[in-house]
Design a protein around this ligand. Sequence first.
Ligand code: DAS
Length: 356
Amino acid sequence: MLKKTVMRWALVVVSAVLFGGTSIAQSKPNVVILATGGTIAGAGVDVTNSATYQAAKVPVDKLIAGIPQLSNIATVRGEQVFQIASESFTNANLLTLGKRVAALAKQGDVDGIVITHGTDTTEETAYFLNLVVHTEKPIVLVASMRPGTAMSADGMLNLYSAVAVAGSKDARGKGVLVVMNDEINSGRDVSKSINIKVEAFKSPWGPLGMVVEGKNYWFRKLDKRHTMNSEFDIEKIDALPLVEITYAGGNVSDTAYRAFANSGAKAIIHAGPGNGSVAGPLVPVLQEMRGKGIQIIRSSHVNAGGFVLRNAEQPDDKYDWIVAHDLNPQKARILATVALTSTNESKELQRIFWEY
Ligand code: DAS
């Protein structure tokens, strides 16, 4: 009888270890939530206010207290890094946040990091961290389209899902991630594609996976260089150069380009229509800027994602211009900002735009 009991228990322990049993084999991961503000910390006057509210009001401890189920999937603690709407993010904010993330990622008692953020510039912060933080640990940005005070608020489930992904071993080494609306997107690819739906964040090449009831389902990996495989390291960056974006459509003038050049911009992202096209009268102006040592980077502001190739409609080789590949203008600004901390050589910069 005793022998049978021992055998049964041994089977239970082995199966728990092999198949991820809940109580015996697994201890909960340690996840740190860095709060920066945004709608996920927003508050409206009435439950019907899904679009009228103030961002960056609710502190991180209240966000955590609002989801007691977090303690079932991770040991969570919060830090309030900023409390701002993300359209107000500056390069200084990126540096501060990047250095805090890198420091936490080196701690043995941290298994994953969640960053609550405004939706407006999540795509920029996520790409920046993807470029400069050297860690395999999951770094997950999360936001919401509706404040927590509204009916059918999306922030609670987004934050629960983000903590689940950040605490997952199978999310390691995939680069910085953005979890929104059940999808897991790459911080490199994803951008806010519409400003009024909960299904707002899209990657032109599709999500990396899904997270449903705290479980991850992966479909692909990011091919571009990131995190551990990046040549850029936040621990060696203490200042970020000024890179500006000019938005060009019909009837474009040279006013903004000249103003940015005079303000000390090291690079100008030309957010052009179509294939990052440059209006005829603007070509000599950009050549003049390039002659002054300012890098000219052609990107496209087409909605579903541009794909700017060298020498397709503009003689980039002849003008010594750079193309932003598939990066939208705001992502091109982030990459140019980081790349210019290590080189101002056009061929090197173009290599970086192909690789990251
Ligand atoms: N202003 C927006 C921001 O902070 C609110 C939001 O959507 O998060 O990005």
